[in-house]
Design a protein around this ligand. Structure first.
Ligand code: ADP
Length: 461
């Protein structure tokens, strides 16, 4: 048996607990019985003392000789007693006490109450009850006794029963512990087996959930939820790899074709320059795409290299608006800047933040037709700094909105390729926002335009 297994430890704990409870209970019973027996012994002595007193009141007392004679008359009854006069001189002692060599000696300082005492000899220890009484004007000291071992047999019998039954009780406890451990952990073994059978080839399989409304049902449901998340992440990774390969294939094919075309026959210098330019453009796109993929992969692995420092984002907002203006002119779009605060203090990585703003400005210009307007704005309130890029462009349909931050997602794949979009821009934008503990949200209405808002926690100076 594996001594480290939960089953073994459960059985051991069960055994230890039952043993401890049995030991405590047995000790408690033993003490309880002993104190009850002591009480019964004392109670018996109390009644006998009353009886002796009653007897003397009824028969005497007369003189000491008379008392001794009366007491000797009842000595054959076997009671253990002794009676002294007021000065402590022994008047009579029952045969039982005399026979066992108990020396008749009254205790000093006795009051009217009953006093209990132990005495007798080593061979015949007794429990004694004393009382000073006055019978018809004569002061007497009455003493009655009982062998201390009178009820000892009861206690010995009880102890024997305990000692004999203890091994059986403990053996039963062990057996129950083993059985309980096995029974309690059987569903866990089933869950383990089920989980073991799930590999990357059948990630859609789930564990059987027992309808037991207990921790094991919770465990199965939690594991199933975890499997769901793992499957989702697996699917996403597969999809990402497929999309990335697809995206990389297009420029690589163009580079390959351009090179092949140039080498097919003798080319003029102009033709070669044109081919090389095509190759250069596609290589640049490929490098940019690989850089983006690397950035996302680093973010996924939690190895983002962005170090944050306190900056004033107002200048970045101004620069973004400047860039928008420069790019907008050619498209016949108007670009505006709206700065509602002098400073926008945040903790940021300047290069990364510039990239984020450029992605948003670039998209705004891409999806806004001539005659439209793109506005870059910055504002600050008590706790937040807000930067927004708004456009009056095509807008995003409610059906598309939940997808725009997904990798490689584009509302219009064909158009995006023409405009150079890979569908990674907003994914990177959100990753950068996350690195800054900022929230990137979007509000959009088809035909009216979109507003992308980034809310940063304000840096305390
Ligand atoms: P892309 O490289 O295609 O721009 P993004 O991740 O930046 O990739 O954007 C994903 C998609 O979200 C875009 O293809 C477009 O459909 C939509 N989108 C992003 N920004 C805007 C915007 N300002 N107006 C309308 N649609 C937008």
């Amino acid at each position: 048996m594996n001594v480290r297994s939960l089953k073994f430890r459960l059985a051991l704990w069960y055994f230890a607990t039952v043993a401890a409870i049995c030991l405590l209970a047995a000790g408690g019973y033993w003490l309880g019985i002993r104190s009850s027996l002591d009480y019964a012994l004392d109670q018996g002595l109390r009644y006998r003392l009353m009886g002796l007193r009653q007897y003397l009141e009824d028969v005497g007392p007369g003189g000491n000789t008379e008392i001794a004679a009366r007491l000797n008359e009842i000595s054959y009854l076997g009671d253990l007693y002794q009676v002294f006069d007021g000065e402590g001189a022994l008047i009579a002692q029952s045969n039982g006490l005399a026979r066992h060599g108990v020396v008749g000696k009254a205790p000093s300082g006795l009051g009217p109450g009953i006093r209990f005492d132990t005495g007798g000899t080593n061979d015949f220890p007794v429990r004694l009850a004393w009382q000073r009484v006055t019978i018809r004007g004569q002061s007497l000291v009455l003493g009655v006794a009982d062998p201390q071992r009178k009820y000892e047999g009861v206690l010995t019998a009880f102890t024997s029963v305990l000692l004999v039954s203890a091994p059986f009780i403990l053996a039963l406890a062990t057996a129950c512990g083993v059985w309980l451990g096995r029974r309690a952990l059987a569903p866990v073994a089933r869950i383990t087996e089920g989980a073991r059978a799930i590999t990357e080839t059948n990630l859609s399989a789930r564990l059987a959930v027992p309808d037991s409304q207990d921790e094991l049902q919770q465990l199965s449901e939690t594991l199933n939820a975890m499997l769901g998340r793992i499957e989702e992440s697996f699917t996403r990774t597969r999809q990402f790899t497929a999309d990335a390969s697809h995206e990389l294939r297009a420029p690589m094919t163009l580079i390959y074709t351009a090179a092949q075309h140039s080498l097919r026959r003798e080319r003029s210098r102009e033709e070669l320059v044109e081919s090389m330019q095509k190759i250069l453009d596609e290589s640049r796109r490929t490098v940019a795409l690989v850089d983006d993929l690397l950035l996302l992969a680093r973010g996924d692995a939690g190895r983002s290299t962005a170090e944050l420092a306190p900056i004033d984002a107002a200048s970045l907002v101004r620069d973004a608006a400047g860039q928008a203006t420069a790019m907008a002119v050619a498209k016949g779009i108007q670009a505006d800047l709206h700065l509602e605060a002098d400073t926008l203090p945040i903790r940021a990585n300047e290069a990364r933040l510039r990239r984020l703003l450029l992605i948003l400005v670039d998209n705004a210009l891409k999806f806004t037709p001539a005659g439209g307007r793109v506005t870059v704005s910055g504002s600050s309130d008590g706790a937040e700094v807000t930067i927004a890029v708004a456009d009056t462009g095509t807008g995003i349909s409610p059906a598309d909105l939940p997808h725009i931050f997904e990798r490689f997602w584009r509302a219009d794949r064909v158009r995006s390729r023409e405009t150079g979009g890979t569908g990674l821009g907003l994914t990177i934008a959100r990753q950068i926002a996350d690195e800054h503990n900022a929230r990137l949200d979007v509000q959009s209405e088809v035909g009216h335009g979109s507003v992308f808002t980034i809310r940063f926690p304000k840096a305390v100076s």
